[in-house]
Design a protein around this ligand. Structure first.
Ligand code: CTP
Length: 377
């Protein structure tokens, strides 16, 4: 997977910098064209000559040390990288990346990069668990940066805890996985819905549900990582949606229906992870509803079942729905599968029913996962 790929290896100043030599060597052995940028701190732990010898290319240290006048080095390196690996990554470089700082060759190149980035942190366990570092890692992850988690073991500072740089082989494996994954859905259009819908009662109140949208976000992110062009139609959600996807906001079931139907024809795969309201208020008041009397009755009307609508319109699309249940999961999931998206294939559905009930299953016909069951055809 790495043969012929240009990999930029960023080495920062931690004791694990010596392992960057092994990583560099493994990447070169795997056929990659490796370019190395070191921070000044990294040079305190390992010499540029080591990495120059192993990568067979000059090592970059200084943003202003322009070796080739025909290019601007940090832009040129960023533009030509198929992948950037930062290993070891200190808390400092992670903080700079999360905050868009560019004050040396590595951080400047990272800011100019559009390629995928893998970060392999290595630091003291308390630093790794510091809320600032945790938040920076989350920020980067939400932007699509992949992490190879540090291992647990003897740290240079004396602790036996989490913080050791992942083994070079694991970092190489992560890079290979990334390239392999990146091709699985290349050229495919994936439409994902996420979150709960919001059905307005009046300007200050609405009906909604507990959906956080995280499952839809995770699916959208995974599809993006597999090379798909992803549209994410999001209702009410928590947390940050993944980067690198087209984000469409749709608050109510009606807005979500419009957003999804408008994009359905061009989609290859549709994953309906959103928790769509089944009913909405018959009328939304444009003024705050005042309280009166001891009880109140709301009149609700049914919303359009988006999944069922898509099931009826489906031509070539691979359609995935979910069954959120509190009991009798299989029975209800199978019922939804048949009602919403397997109307045309009763025989197929019933033949596969026994197999589907066992555990997680993904097939070209349908997929069911316990608790919240994806159903697809
Ligand atoms: N769904 C939809 N439009 C609706 C209701 C549900 O597209 N108006 C989709 C959901 O996105 C999900 C699937 O249908 O993929 C099943 O949703 P779920 O809430 O489990 O079931 P319902 O069909 O709403 O039925 P019930 O609430 O009675 O279980």
């Amino acid at each position: 997977m790495l043969k012929g790929k240009t990999i930029l290896l960023g080495v920062t100043g931690g004791i694990a910098a010596y392992k960057a030599a092994i990583l560099c060597s493994r990447l070169v052995q795997a056929g990659a064209n490796v370019r190395v940028i070191m921070t000044q701190s990294a040079t305190k732990f390992i010499t540029p000559l080591t990495l120059q010898t192993l990568s067979r290319h000059p090592v970059y240290l200084d943003t202003f040390d322009e070796k080739d006048p025909s290019v601007v080095a940090h832009i040129d390196l960023a533009d030509h990288a198929d992948l950037i690996i930062v290993a070891p990554a200190t808390a400092n470089i992670i903080g700079k990346m999360a905050n868009g700082l560019a004050d040396d060759m590595l951080s400047t190149t990272l800011l100019a990069a559009t390629s995928p980035i893998i970060v392999a942190p290595a630091m003291n366990v308390h630093m790794y668990e510091h809320p600032a570092v945790v938040a920076n890692i989350q920020t980067l992850a939400s932007r699509g940066v992949r992490f190879v988690e540090p291992g647990t073991g003897q740290l240079a500072c004396g602790y036996v805890a989490k913080g050791r740089l992942a083994e070079p082989e694991d970092i190489v494996a992560a890079a290979e996985r990334l390239f392999r994954q990146g091709e699985l859905l290349a050229g495919r259009r994936v439409l994902v819905t996420a979150g709960g819908t919001v059905e307005r009662l009046d300007p200050v109140r609405f009906l909604t549900n507990d959906s956080s949208g995280r499952m839809g976000f995770a699916i959208a992110e995974a599809a993006r990582n597999m090379g798909a062009e992803v549209v994410l139609v999001a209702g009410r959600t928590e947390g940050m949606p993944p980067a690198g996807v087209e984000l469409v906001h749709a608050r109510s079931a009606a807005e979500m229906l419009d957003a999804v139907v408008a994009r359905f024809d061009e989609a290859d795969i549709v994953v309906k992870a959103a928790a769509v309201a089944d009913y909405r208020p018959a009328a939304a008041s444009d003024r705050k509803i005042k309280k009166s009397g001891d009880t109140m009755t709301l009149e609700l009307v049914k919303t359009t079942d988006i999944l069922q609508e898509l099931g009826a319109r489906k031509t070539r699309q691979f359609l995935v729905g979910f069954a959120a249940e509190t009991g009798d999961i299989e029975k209800y999931a199978m019922d939804k599968l048949q009602r919403k998206i397997a109307i045309l294939s009763w025989r197929t559905t019933s033949r596969r029913k026994g197999r589907a009930s066992t555990s997680i299953r993904i097939s070209c016909k349908f997929m069911i996962v316990a608790d919240s069951w994806p159903i697809c055809r």
